[in-house]
Design a protein around this ligand. Structure first.
Ligand code: AMP
Ligand code: MG
Length: 488
């Protein structure tokens, strides 16, 4: 449900700025279905006016009239430092469609654009579009991407690029940064209005609790703890876990310099600008926890409505302490499934951690290793397991495999059913950086076929898709480390 706060200092009516000669770059039929947009036999919108609406050039299509597009104010902590007011600098919320909010990213300047041009480039829009849809197909909560519309409008970043508008869908785009915004202004009335509208639309069960705002906080924490565990389990690095990039619905939001791990490196940094590694892969859980602490501080005045100040702080602190517990529990459960275990044993976590350490030491490809692990037969001879060849320290990995096979035998694991269940949690296809890069380079030459092909492959990440085997491979060594900057 669209942001319902009153007052144009917060939700500014903002018309998108039209782009010259818009053209389709990409379209997600699956997102269109979510939005209830009728499609023709080729799975494009039957109403051609959608091209104009999704580029920000007009406000009517398919019987919808988006009469009050808005940009909202939010603030946040960037790289651990309070940054004040940040957005929406380039995202305009058109309105609701089939219970989703429809937002255009890169649709021109808003009152909150600061020094920015309000635009997004084709390159970053393709990355956001593909990754949103890939994450959804992986079963990971995320904002969705409906379309990319391109234009030859030049946009200056490190070099001259061209503009694109990415249409996104989510039940709500409210972020931790929205709460921080009102808390920092000590505008408790607005803070309450924000929390009340969030509860009403997305967390109605909180109304049953003794302190609904405390309960809201607990539920947001829980969703984000589970979310980050899911990221770790597929090797996803967000790259910019600033508090303004954290959804209060526990959705992955704002795809920038993200990356899926190719070879496993526990401290992998995907964001070129993150020199200190604050947002490295292994720090994501801790950073998400930190962001929940920011939310807790912002929510103190609300939780205080149901008790005194000291008690509010104690309650929030206690709720925050649950985060690592929920995270660890989810992580353990996901990694047990990745290894094909159906019951819990005490030694499991040590076994999983030893595997990850060995993968790190030998830089083993994360996605393909777990996928191939599902092919292992319980009676395999240790010295004939081909996965051994991925590791430098053969003795250590042989020891690990013998303990792993013994562990599987103890629970009476069956080869076929284990492989089937492992294939449902260990994807064969993820959006590797080099694949996105190839699609971007072709798209910059106006060939959008690779974007469509990747969308198609990544929408079935757990299927074998033998004809697309090449897309499952680790990148060739020479393009192993594409660095992705924040510029977008
Ligand atoms: P990010 O680091 O991408 O999450 O962006 C932080 C904030 O800067 C967001 O609120 C964006 O709306 C804003 N922003 C990023 N790029 C631009 C741009 N080109 N023009 C205006 N605002 C921008
Ligand atoms: Mg952002």
């Amino acid at each position: 449900m669209a942001f319902t706060l009153s007052g144009d200092d917060v939700c500014q009516t903002t018309l998108p700025t039209p782009v010259p000669d818009p053209y389709w770059v990409a379209f997600s039929p699956s997102s269109a279905k979510l939005a209830g947009i009728p499609l023709d036999e080729n799975e494009w919108p039957t109403d051609k006016a959608w091209l104009e609406v999704l580029s920000g050039n007009q406000l009517n299509a398919g019987g919808h009239h988006f009469s009050n597009p808005i940009a909202t104010a939010y603030s946040g902590h960037q790289f651990g430092v309070w940054a004040g007011q940040l957005g929406d600098g380039r995202a305009i919320l058109l309105g609701d469609i089939a219970g989703q909010e429809l937002q255009l990213k890169g649709a021109g300047k808003t009152r909150f654009s600061r020094m920015g041009d309000g635009r997004a480039v084709l390159r970053s829009s393709i990355r956001e579009f593909l990754c949103s849809e890939a994450m959804h197909a992986l079963g990971i909560p995320t904002t969705r991407a409906l379309s990319i519309i391109g234009s030859d409008l030049p946009v200056r970043r490190e070099t001259m690029e061209t503009a694109a508008v990415c249409a996104r869908l989510a039940p709500s785009f409210i972020r931790v940064g929205h709460f921080e915004h009102f808390a920092s202004l000590q505008n408790h009335a607005r803070l309450k209005e924000l929390a009340d509208s969030l509860i009403q639309a997305h967390y109605p069960e909180c109304l049953q609790a003794e302190n609904p705002y405390l309960d809201l906080f607990k539920k947001i924490c829980e969703r984000n703890a589970k979310l980050v565990a899911q990221w770790q389990a597929v090797g996803f690095c967000h790259g910019v876990l600033n508090s303004d990039n954290i959804s209060v619905l526990g959705l992955t939001i704002d795809y920038g310099p993200f990356g899926f791990l190719d070879h496993f490196q526990i401290d992998h940094i995907c964001n070129h600008s993150d020199q200190g590694g604050r947002y490295a892969y292994h720090r994501q859980p801790q950073i998400m926890h930190w962001n929940m602490a920011c939310l807790a501080s912002a929510m103190i005045p609300l939780v205080e409505l149901g008790c005194d100040e000291k008690e509010a702080q104690d309650q929030l602190r206690k709720a925050l302490e649950e985060f690592p517990i929920i995270y660890a529990h989810t992580w353990q459960s996901l990694f047990r499934k990745k290894l094909g275990f159906t019951v819990e044993e005490d030694g499991d976590i040590t076994l999983i951690e030893r595997l990850l350490q060995a993968m790190h030491d030998s830089k083993v490809d994360f996605t393909s290793f777990f996928r191939r692990l599902g092919e292992l037969k319980i009676d395999a001879l240790i010295n004939q397991i081909s996965l051994r060849n991925d590791f430098v320290d053969r003795d250590a990995i042989e020891q690990w495999f013998s303990e792993y096979l013994a562990r599987l035998k103890r629970e009476g694991s069956n080869d076929l059913s284990r492989q089937i269940s492992m294939n449902q949690v260990n994807p064969k296809y993820v959006l590797r950086n080099h694949l996105a890069q190839e699609a971007i380079e072709l798209a910059q030459k106006k060939d959008f076929s690779e974007v469509a092909k990747l969308l198609n492959i990544l929408s079935r990440p757990f299927d074998e898709q033998l004809e697309h085997e090449a897309y499952a491979l680790a990148p060739p060594p020479n393009i192993d480390s594409i660095e992705v900057s924040c510029s977008s």
